[in-house]
Structures are given as structure tokens and as C-alpha cells.
Design a protein around this ligand. Structure first.
Ligand SMILES: Cc1ncc(COP(=O)(O)O)c(C=O)c1O
Length: 414
């Protein structure tokens, strides 16, 4: 079968793409990167309904989903208790004059849950948390340079953009020094050159980028980061927007083995409702106080209730254990399916949010073929982004998905 035989968008989906091209740049945000990256035609573009770990697209095709809304779907789409908490709060007012108790309760809940932090602030997106965290670091240190690693994504601020267009937007990132992941020597050399200018070090808990094998932090690198921050007085900002709740039940800093000054959370925090949070240590409170960080919708009450309920269910239902088990089952199923069909694969990253690649597939053509075949058979395995396990994935769901993956692989040339 050639790549063109099946299009993941049915007639309605294709019609929506045509309309999208008229009104959205590039047809949509990911597509400004490339249609290929977005998986256009490989996975469905438009979803009508979501429930648990299942999606129905606008053409009525049904799927088991492993993208998880690119992170937020931690407990399952439309989790009844989350929806109920949101409905109750919404009935009392979504955006209201003045503050709501839910804001205080949510920050208190987060500070109780994640040890080692003294204050917090809520916002809507992960990008906002990174922008705010870097501003706090700059204000506190009175410096304006940052360190970040490889092509790690830290949100959409021009300063932190990984694919800036040429011209003035490129210059926005001139004070951000990008170092290769796990290159302790490069970090030390950077320190010798400009260490006293560095306000903060931005760290993702893992090096997990699209279409690359995921890599953990090495011992040398962990030590080098810690020594760098101690030596130059730079703040360690852990960007846990993507990995939060899926690497370690108490926060990804426990997985990484470093103690961040500022922790950024988002994505899964509200199980689909837009909420993000910065948590930080006492000594940075006065810097934070001097920065205007507000937005009309930061005070929206329902996502705060969603986040509080998410935290409660996460602990009560041992969600981390569940997604670890489900992820291990998926991994084992993929390894067996690949062995049987003779494909050399690489399945990297934590099992709760794996990165799947075929070996010797530099342009990811095989991967796209696989994703497209899996979609045709009823499972979403995104061809560019890491996958995300959720509480809604049962043993039966994973069995079904593994059968689909095995069938897709068996139809593909080795
Ligand atoms: C590691 C990381 N940081 C920050 C962000 C930005 O979060 P948001 O898209 O909610 O602005 C993302 C989003 O994918 C992310 O993966």
C-alpha cells in the first residue's frame, strides 16, 4: 500500500482543512511548522467527540487515542468527576469580579502536594509560566542571559522560540545560550565565558524532542547543572509543563534528582481545562512581586476546580502506577509486534510518555506509514509527537491498540 491510499481525513475533515487554509496561517498552528510534522492526512485533523481514551472524528471514524491532547488528557477525556467539579463552579460564575476562593485553594493544594516551594501563581498556559519564571530569574539576579538545552521547547515566547524566522524575531533569542544535552563540558565552558551574566538555567526533565530518541539526564550533566547554578548564582527553572505527573508522582524534579528554584506546570494540571502554575522558593517572592503578571482570564474559576479535582483523583486512584503499568504493556506489545514483523524499532523515553521510531528511517517515512495504517485501523499513534498514557487506558484498550499496531507493522515492508 502506498502512503496515498488512505487519508485519515474523511470528506468532512478534508472540507474543514480547506476552510482552515483560508482563515488560519498555514492551515493551523502546527502546520506553520509543516504539514508533515502535524501529521496531516496521517492522523485525523478534526475531532467531534472525546471520551476516556477514545476519539470520534468529524467523519464518524472511531479511534483509541495515544496523543492525549498532547498532554492534558491525564485522567481521561470528560472524566465525570472533573466535569462535575467544573459544572458546579461554572454555575456559580466562571469569570467574576475580584478573586475566588478556588484560586487560593488551588495554590495551597499545589504547595501542599509539591514539596520545597513557598508560593505560587496561576495562569493559563505553559508558555506564560516560562516567560514569568525567566522574568523572575532576571529580576532577582539583575541579569538578562539564559541557558537552555538543545532544541528543547519552552513555549512560544519569541525569546525562547526554537524555530524563529529570520530577522528581528531571531534576535529576540540572542541572550539564550543553547547547549547540547548532556554536554557537561560545554556548560562549564559557557560558565567560564558568560556565567556571571546568566539569570537562569531552563531545564526539561528529559531530552524529548520530536522524532528523536529520548535521553535521560546523565550523572555528569546533573552535577554540572547543579555546580553551574551554585557557582554563578543562576536560578534553576524546571520546565515540567509537558512531563509533569507522568515522570514521578511527586514532580519531575524527583526523577531528575535536582532541586529547582522555580517549577513550571501546565498541560495535565487541569485535565484539559486551561490552567498552568509557577511554584517557587521564598527568596524569589520579592522579585515576583515587582513584576506585572496578569491577564483577564487568569482568574477563570472552573479550571482551578478542575485542577484541584485532578490532584485529588491523581493521588486517590494511584494514577502514576496505572499509567506506568499501561505504558509498560504498550511498550512490551510494540516490542513483540516489531520482532514478529521483523522491524527494527526504537522505543525510548518513559513508558508513560514514549517516543516511538523505526530505525534507519531518517525522514520518518516509515513512521508516517505506520501512523497512517494505525489510524486506518482505529488507533492514533502520532508520527511526530510523543505519546501520552492516561488513567482511561485499560488493559483491554492497550490489547486492542497493540493488535492494531501489530497488524499495521505486518503490512509494512521491512
Ligand atoms: C516542555 C514544554 N514547555 C512549555 C510548553 C508550552 O506550553 P503551552 O503550549 O501550554 O503554552 C510546552 C508545550 O508543548 C512544552 O512541551
Amino acid at each position: 500500500m502506498s502512503l496515498d491510499d488512505f487519508c485519515a481525513d474523511g470528506p468532512k475533515g478534508q472540507g474543514l482543512w480547506k476552510r482552515a487554509e483560508q482563515v488560519l496561517p498555514g492551515g493551523g498552528v502546527y502546520l506553520t511548522r509543516s504539514a508533515d510534522f502535524a501529521g496531516r492526512g496521517v492522523v485525523p485533523g478534526f475531532i467531534e467527540e472525546a471520551d476516556g481514551c477514545r476519539l470520534v472524528d468529524v467523519d464518524g471514524r472511531k479511534y483509541i487515542d495515544f496523543l492525549g491532547a498532547n498532554g492534558p488528557n491525564l485522567l481521561g477525556y470528560c472524566h465525570p468527576e472533573i466535569e462535575e467539579a467544573v459544572r458546579r463552579q461554572a454555575a456559580k460564575g466562571v469569570s467574576v469580579s475580584f478573586f475566588s476562593p478556588s484560586m487560593i485553594e488551588t495554590v495551597e493544594g499545589l504547595l501542599d502536594y509539591f514539596s520545597g516551594f513557598d508560593w505560587g501563581l496561576l495562569s493559563k498556559t505553559g508558555s506564560e509560566t516560562l516567560t514569568f519564571a525567566t522574568r523572575v530569574a532576571k529580576q532577582h539576579t539583575q541579569r538578562d542571559h539564559l541557558v537552555a538545552f538543545d532544541s528543547a521547547y519552552h513555549g512560544s515566547a519569541p525569546e525562547l522560540a526554537i524555530l524563529p524566522p529570520s530577522g528581528p524575531l531571531t534576535r529576540a533569542g540572542e541572550n539564550v545560550h543553547r547547549i547540547a544535552w548532556n554536554d557537561a563540558e560545554a556548560l562549564e565552558a559557557l560558565g567560564r565565558r558568560v556565567g556571571d551574566k546568566i539569570a537562569g538555567v531552563l531545564l526539561n526533565p528529559l531530552d524529548q524532542n520530536p522524532r528523536q530518541i529520548t535521553q535521560d539526564i546523565s550523572d555528569d550533566f546533573r552535577n554540572a547543572i547543579s555546580a553551574f547554578c551554585d557557582r554563578y548564582g543562576s536560578l534553576l527553572i524546571l520546565d515540567d509543563v509537558r512531563h509533569g505527573f507522568r515522570l514521578h508522582p511527586e514532580g519531575s524534579h524527583k526523577y531528575v534528582g535536582l532541586e529547582p528554584d522555580i517549577l513550571c506546570l501546565g498541560k495535565a494540571l487541569g485535565n484539559g481545562y486551561a490552567l498552568s502554575a509557577v511554584l517557587a522558593k521564598e527568596e524569589f517572592r520579592s522579585a515576583a512581586q515587582s513584576i506585572l503578571y496578569t491577564s483577564t482570564h487568569h482568574f477563570e474559576t472552573s479550571p482551578m476546580r478542575a485542577a484541584l479535582k485532578t490532584l485529588e483523583i491523581y493521588q486517590r486512584d494511584n494514577v502514576f502506577e496505572h499509567i506506568s503499568r499501561a505504558g509498560e504493556q504498550l511498550r512490551a506489545g510494540f516490542v513483540t509486534a516489531a520482532e514478529k514483523s521483523g522491524h527494527a524499532i526504537s522505543y525510548s523515553g518513559p513508558v508513560t510518555m514514549p517516543t516511538f521510531l523505526f530505525q534507519n528511517d531518517p525522514k520518518c517515512k516509515k513512521l508516517r506509514l505506520f501512523s497512517r495504517k494505525a489510524a486506518e485501523k482505529g488507533a492514533i499513534f502520532h508520527p511526530s509527537l510523543n505519546w501520552n498514557l492516561s488513567l482511561a487506558h485499560t488493559t483491554q484498550d492497550i490489547d486492542e491498540a497493540v493488535k492494531i499496531a501489530a497488524a499495521a507493522m505486518s503490512e509494512m515492508p521491512v
